[in-house]
Design a protein around this ligand. Structure first.
Ligand code: GLN
Ligand code: ZN
Length: 768
C-alpha cells in the first residue's frame, strides 16, 4: 500500500485565529490558558482535517506558537543565558511561555534573538545561538504532549523535528573557535533521549527534517552526517525515521542521503522533478521513498495524471509498500483554505489549491495508486481539464505579450551610451550640487492616508475626493522637501499600500486572494498576489501622480517603480512558464511605464529591486543563470530611456559581496543601498569592486526610531568618501520612510541635508 502523508500544516488557522489569540495574549487582554486553548483547538482542527482527508501519516509538533526552530531551541535546552532561564522558570524544567516569547520578541531582560529567512522562503525563523561550554538537555515537553494530545483524540501522528545538521548549521556560533562539529556531538544525546521518549509513548514514525541535504554542504558536514545518524539509529532501534529533504534536489548528496540508516527519505519533486529516477537506482532494499509531488510552496492544482505516472513508475521499481506520497515540503508555506475565497474569479479559483485542497490531492493520488486509476477517474478527468484549460485559456495567454517576448532584441537590454557619456548629459540636465540629497520614495503613511485609501477601496470615498486627498498629501511632502533643501524630490507614494500589490493590481495577469495568508514570522503573515497569466500593463500606472508632483516644483521629481525581479519574487509565481519568462514579461510592462514617465517630463526614474539578492538560488551552481536573467530583466525594464534620463535603483540589505558584479551589471546610473547599520562596512564590497556608477550609501537608519545627528551622518559620509569617489556619492536614507512618523522623519532629513552641506563646504574649503 502506498501511504498518504504530510510534512506539516500551516498553523495559524484559515482566519489567522492563532495570530489574534497570540496578539491578544501579548497585549494582556487574555490569559495564558486562553492562548493554550486556542492552540489546542487549531491543532485538533488540523489533525482532524488531515485524518478526514484520508492521510496515513499526519504530522505533529509542526504546530508552533511562534516558530519551529525556536521550539527546537526549547526542546534541546538551547536558551541563551541572557534570558535568565532556568533560574526563574515557572514551568518545571520546561522553557516557560514568558521566556519563550522573550526569546522571540525580546523582554525586560534581553532583546530578541536574531531572525532570518528560512532557506529561500519568505518565512523567518529564530536563529539558534551556540556558545562554548554550552550544555543541552530536554527543556520542553511540547513534542511529547502533542503526540499524546492527538492520540487522545484518536489520531496517531508522526512527530516532526528539525535534524541536528540543519538545526546547527542554521544557527550562529557565538564563541570563537567553535563549529558545528563541536555542537552536534553534544546535541546528539539530547536528540536520542527525545526520540527514546517518543518510542516509549508508542510513536512508530518520526520525521526528521534535514533540508541541508538539498544544499551545498561542506566536506566536514558530509563526513559527519552518516556517523551521527548511525549513532542515533542504533540508540532507538524500534523507531522508523523519515529524513525529509526539500527546497532543492539532493544532487551530490544523494548517495549520502540514501546511505543513512533510516527507514525513509523524502524528496522534493517540485524543485527537482527528476531526482526520483536516480533515487530508485540507489535506494537500499527495505527503505521507503517519500515522493514530494504536491507543491507545498505554491498554489496551483496538481497535475494528477503526471503525478500518478511518477508514483506508478516508482512503484513498479521498488514496490508499492515502499512508496509514500506527500507535499514537496511543509504546507507552512501555502495558504490554508481556498474554500474561503468566495469572491475570487471562478476561472482562477478553478486552477488553485491551498493546503486543505492539497490534502485532498494527496489522498486522491494515493487512492489512485492503491485502487487503480478507475477509482479516481473523475478526479483525473477534472485535473486533465484544468491542465488543458490552463494551456489554452485566453485569460492566461496573451498573444500580444508573447509576440513582444519573441521580438526581444539585444539592443533592448542596453542603454544607448556608456555611463560616463550618460553622466555628462544627466549632470547638465539635472544641475545638482555635489553630494546631492534624495530619499528612497515613501514618506510616512499617516492614519489619514491609510483611512482615505481604505475608504476608497471599500467604495466609501469617491475617486475625485480620494485623488484630492492624495494630491494634498503630495503637496505637503513636496513642500517639506523644498523647505529643507532636498535636491531630488519624491512624491511620497501615499497612494501605495504595498510596493508589489500596487503594481499587481494594475497589471493584467494578476489576481488577489482575500485569505491567502502565509506566515512570514511569528504572528505576521503576507498575502502575496498571484501571477496567473501573461503580464501586461493596460494603462499607465504612476504617470499621473508623478506628473502632478513635478508640477509642484522646479527641482527634479523622481518617478518610483518596483523592479521586475522584486515583483516576481514577492508574488506567487506561475508554474507553467519559467521564472525568467515571467520576469521578462513584467519587465516589458514596466518598460512601457518608464517610457511614459520620461515622455511626461520625469527626468529621473527609480526601479527598486530589494529582492534581487533573496532570489539567489540555494545551490551555488545555479547562481550565474539566475543572475543573468535577473540583471537582464532589470535592464529590459529601464533601457528604453534617453541618456539624459537618470535611472536609479535601490536595494536594502547588507550582503552585497556575493552579487556585487551583478549589481554593477545593472548599470543603473545611481544606486542607493542600506549602509548605516553596518557603519558603511558594506561599502568595502563596492570599493573593492570599484563600482563604476553613482552611489547613495544610506546614512539614516530608518529601521530605528532614533534621529541621527548631522555630525553622525557627516562622519558616515566621510567614511564613504574614503572608499568611493566623492564625485559619485549621493546622500539618502537607508530605505523608504513609510513606517516612520513625521516627528522622527522631519528632524532626521533636516540633519541629513545639513550633513550633505557639511560635505560640500569641506570640499570647497579644501579646493580654496
Ligand atoms: N520605494 C520604496 C519605498 O520607499 C522602497 C521600499 C523598499 O525598498 N523596500 O518605500
Ligand atoms: Zn529599501
Amino acid at each position: 500500500m502506498v501511504l498518504a502523508t504530510n510534512l506539516g500544516f500551516p498553523r495559524f488557522g484559515a482566519d489567522r485565529e492563532l495570530k489574534k489569540a497570540t496578539e491578544s495574549y501579548w497585549k494582556g487582554n487574555s490569559s495564558q490558558d486562553d492562548l493554550l486553548e486556542a492552540g489546542k483547538e487549531l491543532r485538533l482542527r488540523h489533525w482532524k482535517m488531515q485524518k478526514d482527508a484520508g492521510l496515513d501519516h499526519i504530522p505533529s509538533n509542526d504546530f508552533s506558537f511562534y516558530d519551529q526552530m525556536l521550539d527546537m531551541c526549547c526542546l534541546l535546552g538551547c536558551v541563551p543565558e541572557r534570558y535568565g532561564w532556568p533560574q526563574n522558570s515557572s514551568d518545571g524544567g520546561n522553557v516557560d511561555m514568558d521566556t519563550y516569547f522573550g526569546m522571540a520578541r525580546g523582554n525586560d531582560k534581553a532583546p530578541a534573538m536574531e531572525m532570518t529567512k528560512w532557506f529561500d522562503t519568505n518565512y523567518h525563523y529564530i536563529v539558534p545561538e551556540f556558545y562554548e561550554g554550552q550544555d543541552f538537555k530536554i527543556s520542553s515537553s511540547k513534542i511529547f504532549d502533542e503526540f499524546d494530545e492527538a492520540k487522545a483524540a484518536g489520531i496517531e501522528t508522526r512527530p516532526v523535528l528539525i535534524g541536528p545538521f540543519t538545526f546547527v548549521t542554521r544557527g550562529k556560533f557565538k564563541s570563537e573557535n567553535i563549529s558545528a562539529a563541536d555542537i552536534i556531538p553534544k546535541l546528539l544525546p539530547v536528540y536520542i533521549e527525545a526520540l527514546q521518549k517518543l518510542v516509549d509513548k508508542g510513536v512508530s514514525w518520526v520525521q526528521i527534517d534535514e533540508p541541508i541535504l538539498a544544499m551545498d554542504m561542506c566536506e566536514t558536514g558530509k563526513q559527519n552526517f552518516k556517523p551521527v545518524y548511525e549513532e542515533l539509529a542504533k540508540a532507538v532501534p524500534g523507531l522508523n525515521i523519515l529524513i525529509s529533504t526539500y527546497f532543492e534536489g539532493l544532487r551530490d548528496n544523494m548517495d549520502l542521503a540514501f546511505s543513512l540508516p533510516v527507514q525513509a527519505v523524502h524528496l522534493d519533486l517540485r524543485r527537482d522533478a527528476h531526482q526520483y529516477k536516480d533515487a530508485i537506482g540507489i535506494i537500499p532494499e527495505g527503505m521507503m521513498l517519500s515522493l514530494g509531488l504536491v507543491d507545498g510552496r505554491n498554489i496551483w492544482k496538481n497535475d494528477l495524471h503526471q503525478s500518478l505516472n511518477i508514483i506508478e513508475f516508482v512503484e513498479s521499481h521498488i514496490g508499492s509498500d515502499r512508496v509514500m506520497v506527500g507535499p514537496s515540503c511543509s504546507m507552512l508555506h501555502s495558504p490554508v483554505d481556498l474554500d474561503l475565497e468566495v469572491e475570487m474569479d471562478a476561472d482562477i479559483k478553478g486552477w488553485l489549491a491551498f493546503s486543505k485542497q492539497k490534502l485532498a490531492e494527496i489522498a486522491v493520488l494515493t487512492k489512485g495508486a492503491n485502487e487503480g486509476r478507475e477509482a479516481v477517474a473523475g478526479e483525473l478527468e477534472a485535473s486533465d481539464a484544468t491542465v488543458s484549460e490552463r494551456k489554452t485559456s485566453s485569460r492566461i495567454h496573451n498573444n500580444a505579450v508573447k509576440d513582444r517576448m519573441a521580438g526581444l532584441s539585444p539592443d533592448m537590454f542596453n542603454r544607448e551610451n556608456v555611463f560616463a557619456e550618460r553622466q555628462k548629459v544627466q549632470r547638465a540636465a539635472l544641475n545638482l550640487p555635489s553630494f546631492p540629497t534624495t530619499s528612497i520614495g515613501s514618506f510616512p503613511q499617516t492614519q489619514e492616508i491609510r483611512k482615505a485609501r481604505a475608504a476608497f477601496k471599500k467604495g466609501n470615498l469617491d475617486e475625485a475626493s480620494y485623488t484630492e486627498a492624495m494630491k494634498t498629501e503630495i503637496q505637503s511632502v513636496v513642500k517639506y522637501q523644498e523647505d529643507i533643501g532636498m535636491d531630488m524630490l519624491v512624491h511620497g507614494e501615499p497612494e501605495r499600500n504595498d510596493m508589489v500589490e500596487y503594481f499587481g493590481e494594475q497589471f493584467d495577469g494578476y489576481a488577489f486572494s482575500k485569505f491567502g495568508w502565509v506566515q512570514s514570522y511569528g504572528t505576521r503573515g503576507v498575502k502575496p498576489p498571484i501571477i496567473f497569466g501573461d503580464v501586461s500593463r493596460p494603462n499607465a500606472m504612476t504617470v499621473e501622480w508623478s506628473k502632478y508632483a513635478q508640477t509642484l516644483t522646479d527641482k527634479p521629481m523622481k518617478g518610483m517603480l518596483t523592479g521586475p525581479v522584486t515583483i516576481l519574487f514577492w508574488s506567487f509565481k506561475r508554474d507553467d512558464i519559467s521564472y525568467e519568462e515571467s520576469c521578462k514579461q513584467i519587465a516589458l510592462a514596466l518598460r512601457d511605464e518608464v517610457k511614459d514617465l520620461e515622455a511626461a517630463g520625469i527626468k529621473a526614474i527609480q526601479m527598486d529591486e530589494p529582492a534581487i539578492r533573496e532570489g539567489l538560488p540555494l545551490r551555488r551552481a545555479d547562481w550565474d543563470d539566475y543572475l543573468k536573467w535577473a540583471v537582464d530583466s532589470f535592464k529590459l525594464s529601464v533601457c528604453t530611456v534617453e541618456d539624459a534620463t537618470q535611472i536609479h535603483t535601490h536595494m536594502c540589505y547588507s550582503e552585497f559581496n556575493e552579487i556585487i558584479e551583478s549589481v554593477g551589471a545593472l548599470d543603473a546610473d545611481v544606486i542607493s543601498i542600506e549602509a548605516s547599520r553596518s557603519q558603511m562596512d558594506l561599502l568595502d564590497a563596492f570599493g573593492a569592486y570599484k563600482y563604476p556608477n553613482e552611489i547613495g550609501p544610506g546614512v539614516y537608519d530608518i529601521h530605528s526610531p532614533r534621529i541621527p545627528t548631522s555630525d553622525e551622518m557627516t562622519s558616515l559620509l566621510e567614511k564613504a568618501e574614503k572608499v568611493i569617489d566623492p564625485d559619485m556619492i549621493w546622500v539618502n536614507p537607508d530605505c523608504g520612510l513609510k513606517t516612520r512618523g513625521w516627528a522622527e522623519v522631519e528632524p532626521a532629513l533636516k540633519n541629513m541635508v545639513q550633513a550633505a552641506k557639511n560635505m560640500r563646504e569641506k570640499r570647497q574649503s579644501a579646493a580654496a
